[in-house]
Write a protein that binds this ligand. Sequence first.
Ligand SMILES: Cc1cc2nc3c(=O)[nH]c(=O)nc-3n(C[C@H](O)[C@H](O)[C@H](O)COP(=O)(O)OP(=O)(O)OC[C@H]3O[C@@H](n4cnc5c(N)ncnc54)[C@H](O)[C@@H]3O)c2cc1C
Length: 392
Amino acid sequence: MEFGWSADEKAHRQRIRDLLAETLPEDWEARSTHGPGSDFQTDFAMRFCPMLAERGLLVPNWPSAHGGEDAPVWQQFILGEEMWAAGEPRGAQYMNVNWIGPALMKFGSPDQMNRYLPPIREGRAVWCQGFSEPSAGSDLAALRTQAVPVEGGYSVTGAKVWTSYAGRADNCFLLARVPAGGGGPVGKAAIVILLVDMASPGIQVKQIPALIGEGDIHELFFDDVFVPAANRLGAEGQAWDIISYALQNERTGIARYEFSRRMLDRAVERLKAEGRWYDPIVRDRAARALMLCEAARMLVYRVVDAKAHEQPADAYPSVARWAVVQADNGVNDFLLEFLPEGLIGTDPVQVAHHQRAIAAGIASGAAEIQLNAIARRWLALPGEPKPGEQRR
Ligand SMILES: Cc1cc2nc3c(=O)[nH]c(=O)nc-3n(C[C@H](O)[C@H](O)[C@H](O)COP(=O)(O)OP(=O)(O)OC[C@H]3O[C@@H](n4cnc5c(N)ncnc54)[C@H](O)[C@@H]3O)c2cc1C
């Protein structure tokens, strides 16, 4: 693995930094406390992402056949790091460009690619991820939303929960189950992925008041919603492979350690300004938090490197995800220990980081589940999921 950045990569990073400096409003940091799904952030992302797309900075590593620039995976990754360091101004687009678009390119029909990829690569689409249900979070394969085959497609009935961005989404990447019967598939083989138009009759979206900010997470209710067969992604029985592919991309597509690092730097600046930086205990704790951020960075790089070389990433995506959560928590602990006053209202940015760091260990799959995956794959500990009991 090469740890240094090439001149091209450095120039790419600088170009993004310059663009962010020029584009983000002066009060961006203060207003980012609104939450990633808020109208403020979504409205901003819907202006910002088309501008990125016009400059070839939304999907540089996508193949040119799909409107990208065939750039190396690292270019997309540098972009992600800089975006997260700036509080992720792409909003819901980070999800579209990291895993929904790639899943469509790998498993979609020509018609699906023609329909869904252009709005994603132009930064105009909002998607939501309809995976979790009240009784199916970590144990995703236990999902119960039904997709009953009807003439020309499926009738979907069920409920989803914790769905980010659903209030503004055009489409939902939905997991549902074809009911058992007549010798058909059961367990995870009965799961289908449906690309659902959120304007379809029978869908109800209800916002859930959330720790991480207004407008972010929702309940979704489906009542006899018709979804054409042409909107099923992949063949029946193929869904779990697609989900596994998508989740691997999702786990390491979020460079949150950059955001944690920014919060740490910010705290150090403040401690310096208050004359507290020369306390050896403060410096020792800051160094420990920094080590967690850098360890997370290196472990994520290990996964990106495997991807760049088209090698299997093994259990590294789980290790990297765990490390990213540790970095978030390490910085949070540091802030709690040395700047606790920020949490009682004097620093809304710190409060927002604190709240989102708690959620970060749960969103995109609970961190503890990654430990199970590591134990099984590397330590050969017992606990292989039984058929139909696959974990998220
Ligand atoms: C901010 C946020 C945004 C989200 N956005 C979305 C979204 O857009 N779409 C979507 O589908 N979902 C979304 N989620 C849901 C998220 O994916 C789930 O919350 C997550 O997968 C955990 O599922 P659960 O909440 O049902 O908890 P559970 O699975 O019930 O887990 C509860 C606790 O038990 C532990 N646990 C469970 N099983 C095991 C086990 N086998 N071994 C060890 N520990 C275990 C977990 O680690 C966790 O600490 C979001 C969540 C958050 C917080």
